[in-house]
Design a protein around this ligand. Structure first.
Ligand SMILES: Cc1cc2nc3c(=O)[nH]c(=O)nc-3n(C[C@H](O)[C@H](O)[C@H](O)COP(=O)(O)OP(=O)(O)OC[C@H]3O[C@@H](n4cnc5c(N)ncnc54)[C@H](O)[C@@H]3O)c2cc1C
Length: 264
């Protein structure tokens, strides 16, 4: 983990309100893995004061790509970054996904911009000869990750809240029938989606290996401020340090959500 300046090489809008930033990141790019994140200063001034964590979306040689959804003060600044801009970054941080080398079939489940860390993971899995199914959920078709940006070997399943693309309903509706096929499952998305996934797994395949990348607002991202602590079966753990990737059975899900939106 280190503090470094990454220069923006490219900034491309890939779907509504969502850009991919390509950063020259030198050695950091070679050591970063899917599920890890960079903690990025979004403004030279004091607002927003805190850095924002962004998942490693893809890496290639000395570049790191981030997929950023414009939802507020920090992300709005990042999606406006221009080629040549310096970004003050800390990373790579956290424990990423462990790609089980014995797995033949892997199922990935993403909600909203939670698909970001799964794309690089899918590429690695395909490269290792695994069969990959990626199921994504979003509010509507315009917020669905473009399939053209995935390796063609990946089977792609889509669910939208409004039915404008793929299955009308929740992405977790698509998971049950695939669980028996999958040797390992990897997921990232909003809390209600992950809680719903936990219920599906508990009911249909409680021994299945499922890794989830958790999202919590964080301050320091170095394990000091305890702002991102979540409740687990091992007691309180820090998303920034012990996570963001956890075994799904470790997470103590809070109140059952009233609505299981994808947050897309
Ligand atoms: C480990 C990790 C990885 C992440 N990876 C990505 C990524 O790859 N791409 C991406 O676009 N974002 C990612 N995020 C989310 C990102 O860090 C910011 O939280 C998000 O961009 C909102 O920040 P903002 O300054 O734009 O919005 P703010 O102005 O801070 O907030 C805008 C609105 O969003 C709500 N909000 C903000 N953050 C969260 C949150 N974490 N959970 C629930 N509600 C929230 C606020 O309450 C507010 O209503 C990640 C977060 C974590 C913890």
């Amino acid at each position: 983990m280190k503090l470094f300046t990454a220069f923006v090489l490219d900034n491309e809008e890939i779907m509504r309100a969502t850009n991919v930033l390509t950063l020259r990141a030198g050695q950091v790019a070679r050591s970063a893995s899917p599920g890890q994140f960079l903690h990025i200063r979004c403004d030279d001034g004091c607002a927003p004061f805190l850095r924002r964590p962004m998942s490693v979306y893809r890496t290639e040689r000395d570049t790191i790509q981030l997929m950023i959804r414009d939802v507020g003060a920090g992300s709005a600044r990042l999606v406006r970054a221009r080629s040549g801009d310096p970004l003050d970054c800390l990373g790579p941080l956290g424990r990423g996904f462990h790609l089980d080398s014995h797995a033949r079939n892997v199922l990935m489940v993403g909600g909203g911009y939670g698909v970001a860390p799964l794309v690089g993971l899918a590429e690695r899995a395909v490269h290792q000869g695994m069969s990959v199914t990626l199921a994504v959920g979003a509010a509507s078709a315009e917020l669905i990750f473009p399939p053209s940006l995935l390796p063609e070997e990946v089977e792609y399943l889509v669910a939208t809240d409004d039915g404008s693309a793929g299955h009308r309903g929740y992405v977790t509706d698509l998971v049950g029938e695939r669980l028996a096929w999958a040797d390992a499952v990897y997921a990232c998305g909003p809390l209600p989606m992950m809680a719903a996934l936990a219920r599906v797994v508990r009911d249909a395949a409680p021994r299945k290996r499922v890794q989830v990348a958790m999202e919590e607002r964080m301050g320091c991202a170095m394990g000091v401020c305890l702002g991102c602590v979540i409740e687990t079966t091992r007691g309180p753990l820090r998303v920034c340090t012990e996570g963001p990737v956890f075994d799904i059975r470790q997470i103590v899900w809070r109140d059952e959500p009233a609505a299981l939106g994808t947050g897309g």
